[in-house]
Ligand binder design. Structure first.
Ligand code: ADP
Ligand code: AMP
Length: 244
């Protein structure tokens, strides 16, 4: 919805200027359509906000969207909950529907970062069909390659600021005050499925259903492999190289 000029008067000048500068910077950026792929805890959610700000893309994380639907008890959430609790994938039709809708947002004008989608070859094929209809295609698939063995520590220590998606780790990337978001001072949460037991099924789903998606895009020549076991800053450097 358009903002009335009376509302604009209420916005502090510094905020208006910041937004204006952001839009001027964004106008010079090339469009990008990216997929971030890898097992749970590989660092997709940590790197996404950095890529999003650098290239003015929208960040579409199907896991976040599904968790919001579960919390709001929407029909989609009710259908998705059981599979999510068990660490299994929800049906292709459900996630394809939410992605199709989400990509229409204004914030996706310069392109998008898909985080956690596609997770099956069927989802990848459907995505490519949707893009083809718009005369577009996936530019790069960033494969966050990492050994399963280090993921339990990352997953069980993860803390999240739900509204912004900011991610912390109790040991590896602690907030200034335990359990509290550095920026807003709001409480952090832990995900219900971030346990060692559910991680086992999530990893099984990754190897059986999502690894083939990496092969699918490798054949198209779009995959860049990252060393996701490195510290976050080093992974960011690899991401920047891959996208430059
Ligand atoms: P994903 O979105 O791929 O599931 P996250 O980005 O949420 O993974 O990262 C999982 C956990 O691991 C978080 O607690 C995060 O702080 C931490 N983490 C992310 N990247 C790294 C890294 N390169 N090295 C160490 N810990 C990391
Ligand atoms: P994530 O936040 O990416 O770890 O996803 C959390 C859970 O949401 C997964 O374990 C699945 O149950 C579900 N999910 C997220 N994205 C997808 C997808 N693309 N396809 C199927 N299920 C998904």
């Amino acid at each position: 919805m358009a903002t009335a000029s009376a509302d604009l008067e209420e916005i502090p000048t510094v905020d208006l200027m910041t937004e204006l500068l952001r839009r001027m910077k964004c106008a010079t950026k090339p469009d990008k359509r990216l997929i971030l792929i890898g097992p749970p805890g590989c660092g997709k959610g940590t790197q996404s906000p950095i890529i999003k700000d650098e290239y003015c893309l929208c960040h579409l994380a199907t896991g976040d969207m599904l968790r919001a639907a579960v919390a709001a008890k929407t029909p989609l959430g009710v259908k998705a909950k059981e599979a999510m609790d068990k660490g299994e994938l929800v049906s292709d039709d459900l996630v394809i529907g939410i992605i199709d809708e989400a990509m229409k947002k204004t914030s996706c004008q310069k392109g998008f970062i898909l985080d956690g989608f596609p997770r099956t070859v069927v989802q990848a094929q459907k995505l490519d069909e949707m893009l083809e209809k718009q005369g577009a295609k996936i530019d790069k698939v960033l494969n966050f390659a990492v050994d399963d063995a280090i993921l339990e520590e990352r997953i069980t220590g993860r803390w999240i600021h739900s509204s912004s998606g900011r991610t912390y780790h109790s040991k590896l990337a602690p907030p200034k005050v335990p359990g509290i978001d550095d920026i807003t001072g709001e409480p952090l949460i832990q995900r219900k499925d971030d346990t060692a037991a559910v991680l086992k099924s999530r990893l099984e789903a990754f190897h059986r259903q999502t690894k083939p998606v990496i092969d699918y895009y490798s054949k198209k020549g779009s995959v860049v492999n990252l060393h996701a076991e490195k510290p976050p800053k080093e992974v960011t450097v690899e991401v920047q190289k891959a996208l430059s």
